[in-house]
Design a protein around this ligand. Structure first.
Ligand code: GAL
Length: 363
């Protein structure tokens, strides 16, 4: 697992550095033409802090970080990205923001562990003269916000689950961390669909405090003390990490891998894409993270330069950029994550998945 992730990260970074090298020539030309005089501007370098919330979800270290760094390097070769990961610890993240400010960050790109509790960090950064971009998770009072349409994510997951169950069934529901504002949106979107679909019954529901696969596995194992696996027609898991925990609990209780009920997910993690190809997970949500990380890099450099960030949309009073999520099932793995270069067929079709890949037309 960690070997594959390292490989993905290396692959992403290498692919991007190639592109960045080309694009940086253009950026340099433009920079010397415009000749901004601000000492903290992109022309003279500048520091952008990037603060991500955790590392159990693979996207942050494998995609968000390298993609963001590559975009900033492309647009502003002299800029520094000061990176922090909070490991799901809100107090640690607060300390990291203070450190970033004291090191002179002019722009703070913050994906908060605790969305509601992040106002103080925004105020601290702003009072030091920095501007704050709320990255992926909304923060009231931020200067900018970017994310995917999170309520639609929840609706897509739930609809895919209902469809995979044939229209109705008894389900377990595993939501994300209550401190993550996105989790509330995924949950609300999912409930919109589940609560209005006749014949769907939620046997038990769980808000996972840290999104962890371990908690998800434990929750399902506990439910298997109350329900026979045959009574569970489907599982709404808000993300792929939890879906992995659900699969571990069910197979650990003796359910055969080819007899698992439909299970949802999110993030298009490599392990989830492999489970989808193998028929062990019904779907995931693919968020083309490059779009989001690129936009964050562009906005951060524009802010350093005092330039316009382009057209925004209003989200709860914050100038925002909202992107579209994509459903991935066994039918469209090739047309989505593979076509986009998010994973290669070789990444997905390791020896354990060779037969499933061939059956799915992916080899
Ligand atoms: C959310 C994020 C998701 C995912 C989730 C944990 O905030 O939008 O992509 O990372 O946390 O899986």
């Amino acid at each position: 697992m960690s070997h594959s992730l390292t490989r993905i990260a290396a692959f992403s970074a290498a692919a991007l550095i190639g592109t960045a090298g080309l694009a940086a020539c253009g950026a340099n030309d433009t920079g010397s033409d415009t000749g901004s005089g601000d000492g903290a501007s992109a022309d003279g370098g500048g520091t952008i802090a990037l603060l991500l919330p955790e590392s159990k979800t693979t996207r942050y270290e494998a995609f968000d970080k390298p993609l963001f760094e590559a975009k900033v390097a492309e647009l502003c070769p002299d800029c520094t990205v000061d990176y922090y990961n909070a490991d799901q610890d809100a107090a640690k993240q607060q300390q990291q923001v203070s450190t970033a400010i004291s090191k002179g960050a002019s722009v703070v790109v913050l994906d908060p562990v605790d969305g509601n509790g992040a106002g103080g960090m925004v105020a601290d950064a702003q009072s030091s003269g920095a501007q704050v971009i709320a990255y992926d998770r909304f923060i009231d009072g931020a200067d900018y916000y970017m994310s995917f349409d999170n309520e639609t994510v929840g609706e897509m997951q739930a609809q895919a689950l209902v469809d995979a169950m044939g229209g109705s069934g008894d389900i377990l529901m595993l939501n994300g961390a209550p401190t993550d504002p996105n989790a509330a949106q995924f949950k609300a979107g999912a409930h919109n669909v589940l609560d209005s679909t006749d014949g769907v019954n939620i046997l038990a529901e769980f808000d996972n405090p840290d999104w962890s696969p371990e908690n998800a596995q434990q929750f399902v194992a506990d439910q298997l003390g109350k329900f026979d696996p045959s009574e569970i027609d489907g599982v709404y898991a808000a993300n792929d990490g939890q879906a992995g925990g659900v699969v571990a609990a069910l197979t650990g209780a003796g359910v055969a891998a080819d007899a698992l009920p439909p299970i949802t997910g999110q993030d298009a993690e490599l392990a989830a894409i492999q489970r989808i190809v193998a028929g062990e997970q019904a779907m995931t949500i693919y968020k083309p993270i490059k779009i989001e990380a690129d936009k964050a890099g562009e906005v951060a450099v524009a802010l350093l330069n005092g330039e316009d960030v382009g057209e925004t949309t209003d989200y709860n009073g914050v100038a925002s950029f909202i992107f579209d999520p994509i459903v991935v099932t066994q039918d469209n793995v090739g047309d989505t994550v593979v076509a986009d270069g998010f994973y290669s067929v070789e990444d997905i079709c390791t020896s354990d998945y060779a037969d499933a890949c061939e059956a799915a037309g992916l080899s």
